[in-house]
Design a protein. Structure first.
Ligand SMILES: C[S@@+](CC[C@H](N)C(=O)[O-])C[C@H]1O[C@@H](n2cnc3c(N)ncnc32)[C@H](O)[C@@H]1O
Length: 190
């Protein structure tokens, strides 16, 4: 998803996604201990980093991201392909862009929203994402949110020359292109 900010910067959040090989062992151990459910979604699936692990605990999985992320050709699982192409060959995963997902007439038992809120540089859009997620959960449904909001790196990053404060977080101009934003919800040094 691209976010055009009023300061003129365009934040290309699809570039913030890490590959499958860089999954967090800690998070994977949490996912592996969940009970099995019938339906789940992974909102902001990125480069499918946690999809295989999530699949072990659900019968069907909806993966959601921007059309840019799911249609573009990129290196995934060692091959240059697109997420839409990979998913075409499976019958227990469905792929949706965020608009298709919002319009979907289905509710899920479990959702995941992993490292997504922290790359959205507009607080009002974060609230919309939360509302969409809530609307797609069954009455007893649950969602696991992962937001890295406290990290010694964040304190260090704030004082870098290529960092600028933005709303409730900050933007890092990586390679002169602020496509890898980090927005901890709390920037105060501990
Ligand atoms: C840091 S990546 C995390 C990807 C994956 N969850 C992971 O942990 O590897 C953030 C992802 O959120 C997606 N994203 C950003 N804004 C979004 C929105 N409003 N709706 C859906 N996905 C969004 C980006 O395209 C990107 O793939």
């Amino acid at each position: 998803m691209h976010y055009k900010l009023s300061c003129g910067i365009i934040v290309k959040t699809e570039n913030a996604a890490k590959p499958e090989t860089q999954g967090s062992k800690y998070l994977k151990s949490i996912l592996a201990n969940l009970t099995h459910v019938s339906t789940s979604f992974d909102y902001g699936c990125g480069k499918l980093r946690y999809v295989k692990t999530i699949l072990q605990k659900t019968d069907t999985l909806a993966i959601v991201d921007s059309e840019v992320q799911i249609s573009r050709f990129q290196k995934l699982r060692g091959t240059v392909t697109s997420i839409r192409n990979i998913i075409r060959g499976t019958n227990h995963i469905r792929v949706y862009n965020e608009t298709e997902f919002r319009e979907l007439d289905m509710k899920f038992q479990r959702g995941f929203c992993i490292n997504v809120l922290s790359v959205i540089p507009v607080p009002a859009i974060r609230m919309k994402v939360l509302a969409t997620i809530k609307s797609k959960l069954q009455r007893q449904g649950t969602c696991l949110f992962v937001v890295q909001y406290r990290n010694s790196d964040f304190t260090r990053m704030q004082s870098l020359s290529n960092t600028r404060l933005w709303r409730d977080g900050f933007l890092i101009d990586s390679l002169r292109n602020p496509s890898n934003p980090r927005q901890p919800f709390r920037c105060t040094p501990l």
